[in-house]
Design a protein around this ligand. Structure first.
Ligand SMILES: [Zn+2]
Length: 321
């Protein structure tokens, strides 16, 4: 019969030591608290940060990210964060100054800094220009000032299309900005953030290659898609597609414009209208009925950015006209 290797006092010492190691690890692993505006940015933050980061999304699922204003309780939640990862959304432009003033320690990171931005999509001006279905790909023929109605879009950035996260090329830039910010805030884990970023970028590259292969084979005459809310301008630009929009920023088309949209959509032969779950489907249903199209959901705010984009691209591919 063998004697126990540890005497009782030795066992207690070992247990205390193990507990101490446990506490030390727990203290080390307290995640870096970050706040973001929309769910796809949370996805980028979690891919880069892994367990070292905990991200809070301000715009609730189903809410309109363009007209959103933070509630006092959410302002307090941001106050608990070390970093705010901005993509230059309208409410971020309007509120981050105030949030930062109330929380001097909060580091606001412009993850979209240095991104090239598209002009605000056309087709959202409902003031009687006689616009038909508009292509977001093109230039801005009305001039920016005239295109924007501050009453509808508080704190809106007049200059550019705010949906900067919907294309792989842009996501690469945003994720890299996030990794740089995490490494600065938590230098001890810089190598982890760098490795996570590299792994994520490999997946983004694979998706990008897949989308290029999918869309490059198409004839130039078959590259248009019809969408209620023009959230996909950056994706369209990268893969040579043309986004035709019914609405912009929550504004319904006038009856006159509605007629023009229906005529042009019929002429182009669109059989799908892409809608997003955050918007009312009433007008889209009216147009769908008139042109014999069906509604398909394409959500620019889905949290699982990679899987969502793969699915959306597949849907676009099947609907292109
Ligand atoms: Zn939008």
């Amino acid at each position: 019969m063998r004697k126990s290797l540890l005497t009782l006092p030795a066992l207690i010492t070992v247990l205390i030591a193990l507990l101490a190691i446990g506490f030390a690890q727990a203290a080390q692993a307290a995640p870096l608290q970050v706040a973001v505006g929309v769910a796809p940015v949370k996805y980028f933050a979690q891919r880069v940060g892994g367990n070292l980061v905990q991200a809070t999304v301000l715009v609730p699922a189903g809410a309109d990210a363009h007209t959103y204003e933070p509630k006092p309780s959410q302002m307090r939640a941001v106050a608990g964060a070390a970093l705010y990862l901005s993509v230059g959304l309208e409410f971020e432009e309007a509120w981050l100054g105030r949030i930062k003033a109330a929380n001097p320690k909060l580091v606001v990171v412009r993850t979209d800094q240095g991104l090239s931005r598209l002009p605000m999509p056309e087709g959202h001006n409902d003031h009687g220009h006689g616009d038909h279905v508009q292509a977001a790909k093109g230039k801005d023929k009305h001039g920016h000032k005239d295109m924007h109605d501050a009453k509808h879009e508080p704190g809106h950035d007049d200059e550019s299309d705010p949906h900067v996260w919907v294309a792989p090329s842009q996501a690469r830039h945003i994720a890299a900005s996030i990794a740089a910010a995490f490494s600065k805030a938590d230098a001890a884990h810089a190598s982890v953030y760098a490795a996570n970023l590299a792994a994520f970028l490999r997946e983004v590259d694979a998706l990008d290659a897949q989308l290029r292969a999918t869309f490059s084979a198409l004839p130039t005459s078959q590259r248009g898609f019809l969408v209620f809310h023009p959230a996909w301008g950056y994706l369209a630009k990268d893969y040579g597609l043309t986004q035709h929009a019914i609405e912009f920023e929550g504004k319904e088309p006038s009856p006159k414009r509605l007629g023009a949209i229906i005529t042009e959509a019929k002429a182009k032969g669109f059989k799908v209208i892409f809608i997003q779950p955050q918007a009312s489907r009433r007008t889209a249903e009216t147009i769908a009925k008139a042109i014999g199209a069906r509604l398909v959901v394409a959500d620019p705010l889905a949290e699982d950015w990679l899987a969502n984009l793969r699915g959306v691209a597949e849907s676009f591919r099947n609907a292109l006209k």
